[in-house]
Ligand binder design. Structure first.
Ligand SMILES: Nc1ncnc2c1ncn2[C@@H]1O[C@H](COP(=O)(O)OP(=O)(O)OP(=O)(O)O)[C@@H](O)[C@H]1O
Length: 610
């Protein structure tokens, strides 16, 4: 990162900023550029008028006459200065109108990229870090227009003053550039130090924000208290915070040293410039009036140059953060969902063929050579011990992940060739941990895609048991399910799960995936779900994941997974009867709670029904 590097990058940064500004507010950015150009021209007029003023004042004659002669030039100087201040106010107003829009646009672009990425992107090493870095880019993007416009303003006054200086004496211009160079180098070095420190402390700052969340959010608050964890977490926060502070202090100290060296060099160079002016005057190469104008022009030019260097360094530093933002857009773009364009209907058959899946961050496959099928009207249950691959398999059948090897087909078409949005229109998923959207009850069930009016919402709520929850809400379907917000109402864990099931039942989907859907439900609510599932499966293919084996008894087929492989499959009766199989063992263990007469209920020879 050098001054040359910065000079090379600034035009493209300015282009990018102006491009963004053009995208969000064409009128304002056009007006802003016009104001800047006029302001620059007025600056030049003002400086040129200075020569006229000095000439008139130092000419021979009566002072009143000399003052009369100077009045037009003074009027030009005063008019130009007044107009420039007005333009300055306009420019500030315009840039504060554009800045938030740019930040919003940058944020929307980032959010769009994030939601348009394959789910697997989250499992890629560094993806989340890059998202945080991009977020910082969004934060600083609101400074872009201010820095760009300051840079343009400085450039305009420099051009005006430099033009005047070139007319006065050509040697002054290169000397002036020389004088600004040390400060330029110092600013760029300091910007680099700041940015590198930010990158180095990135991980730590992410940890800090996570710890902060754990310390203040309501969700873990009970565990933090009952586990007396606060001192431990606070100590951790303090230790990580100290590391970040030490790094930033170190950076500030190094920056200060660089600035001191820059200031000393600038002082020497400025003395040289003024020495040159005195020399030109003394040797008769410049008139007194020109020297007077040079005095003002040098002041204007060096403040313009200082502005270019200072704002340039600011813009350059902002650009570095913005690079993180655009890297994320590319990164998410690299994972952008880009599958085929075939539009599936409600599937008759969803099939996995020799399916193997390895998570990007893992060396070992989570699923190996899995072949199975679920057809419309069927309930397929996936069981197995923790980590055996049930959730992963259900997500792949729903097209959320694409297989690493083998294929998943919907009615014979590979999910890679299907339009993902159309595929997910045909999919309803109740995941293990479901989202608790801070939306109304209605929106939480319709997911913002209503159909069939409130009757359809009520029908889904009736089937899922959420109807009891809705009955107790203050404003029925219009109740906001968010405790933080005014008028919001909090639900219990099981009540939320009923809403999550209702939203899946509400979707007109051909594939229904239920991953531990009743883990938080009471026995009555659980009974309602499973006794209604058969009816729901009439026009859907259903994939059910459950550890409670009694719940899978109603399934047409049960697939038992172990370390990512299918080791057994069959009906509940067949699997319970297979005394050497894992299913039988798990069934025995689940019923071995020392309940009196348990054998009566569990011995498959006496009772194979759930
Ligand atoms: N995002 C991930 N990145 C890497 N490995 C993962 C990821 N998610 C799951 N795994 C691994 O994949 C394997 C299967 O996980 P999966 O969640 O499918 O199991 P499961 O049978 O649903 O488990 P459980 O019964 O606990 O819900 C496990 O070994 C797990 O560690």
């Amino acid at each position: 990162m050098t001054a040359r590097n910065m000079a090379r990058r600034l035009p493209s940064l300015m282009r990018r900023t102006l491009g963004l500004a053009w995208r969000v507010d064409r009128g304002a950015i056009t007006a802003l550029l016009i104001c800047q150009a006029i302001s620059g021209l007025l600056g030049a007029f003002g400086l040129l008028a200075t020569t006229g003023t000095i000439k008139a004042l130092i000419a021979s004659g009566h002072i009143i006459d000399r003052l009369h002669q100077a009045i037009p030039s003074i009027a030009v100087i005063a008019g130009a200065a007044g107009l420039r201040s007005l333009l300055g106010i306009t420019v500030t107003a315009l840039s504060s109108r554009i800045s938030p829009k740019i930040a919003r646009e940058a944020e929307l672009m980032m959010l769009d990229a994030a939601t348009a990425a394959e789910l697997t992107a989250y499992d890629r090493p560094g993806y989340n870090d890059r998202f945080s870095a991009a977020d910082r880019g969004v934060e600083v993007s609101r400074d872009l227009i201010g820095e760009t416009q300051n840079l343009i303003a400085s450039g305009a006054s420099l051009i005006a003053a430099a033009g005047v200086l070139a007319v006065l004496h050509p040697v002054l211009l290169p000397l002036l550039v020389l004088a600004a160079l040390p400060q330029g180098i110092a600013s760029v070095r300091s910007a680099r130090i700041g940015y590198v420190t930010m990158v180095k402390t990135h991980q730590d700052r992410r940890v800090l924000s996570l710890l902060r969340w754990y310390l203040v959010d309501k969700e873990p608050a009970d565990q933090i208290r009952s586990g007396t964890m606060a001192p431990f977490l606070l100590e951790k926060y303090r230790a990580v915070g100290d590391r970040v502070t030490a790094a930033t202090n170190n950076a500030a100290w190094r920056s200060a040293k660089v600035y001191v060296l820059g200031a000393i060099a600038t002082g020497v160079a400025t003395a040289l410039v003024w020495g040159a002016v005195v020399l030109l005057l003394a040797t008769g190469h410049m008139s007194l009036a020109s020297a007077g104008t040079a005095f003002f022009a040098l002041g204007a030019a060096s403040s313009g140059l200082r502005g270019i260097v200072g704002y340039g360094a600011d813009l350059y530093r902002t650009g570095l953060y913005l690079d993180d933002w655009s890297t994320f857009l590319d990164e998410a773009g690299g994972h952008r969902i880009d599958r085929g364009d075939q539009v599936p209907g409600s599937p008759l058959s969803v099939r996995a063929e020799n399916l193997t899946y390895t998570y990007p961050s893992s060396d070992t496959p989570s699923l190996q050579k899995v072949t199975l099928e679920v057809r419309r009207g069927e309930v397929l249950a996936l069981v197995g011990e923790n980590g055996s691959g049930k959730t992963t398999l259900s997500k792949i059948l729903a097209g959320l992940y694409l297989p690493t090897e083998g294929a998943v087909t919907w009615d014979g078409v590979d999910t890679c060739d299907l339009d993902s949005a159309a595929l997910w229109k045909e999919t309803a998923v109740v995941p293990q941990s479901y989202a608790r959207f801070p939306l109304t009850a209605r929106e939480n069930i319709t997911l913002g895609q209503p159909h069939g009016g409130d009757e359809a919402v009520h029908a889904a709520a009736l089937a899922s048991g959420a109807v009891d929850v809705l009955d107790d809400l203050r404003a029925g379907l219009d109740t906001l399910l968010a405790r933080e917000m005014w008028g919001g109402q909090e639900l219990s864990g099981g009540q939320w799960q009923r809403i999550a099931i209702a939203r899946a039942f509400y979707r007109r989907s051909g594939l229904l995936v239920l991953d531990e859907p009743t883990s938080a439900l009471d026995p009555r609510a659980e009974h309602r779900i499973f006794s209604g599932l058969r009816a729901l499966a009439r026009n859907r293919a259903v994939v059910l994941v459950s550890h409670r084996l009694a719940n899978v008894a109603m399934a047409d087929r049960i697939v038992v997974l172990d370390h990512g492989r299918i080791i057994q499959q069959g009906t509940f009766t067949e699997l319970v009867a297979d005394t050497s199989g894992l299913f039988h063992e798990l069934w025995q263990l689940q019923n071995d709670r020392g309940i009196p007469n348990q054998r009566e209920h569990t011995d498959p020879k006496e009772s194979t029904a759930p």
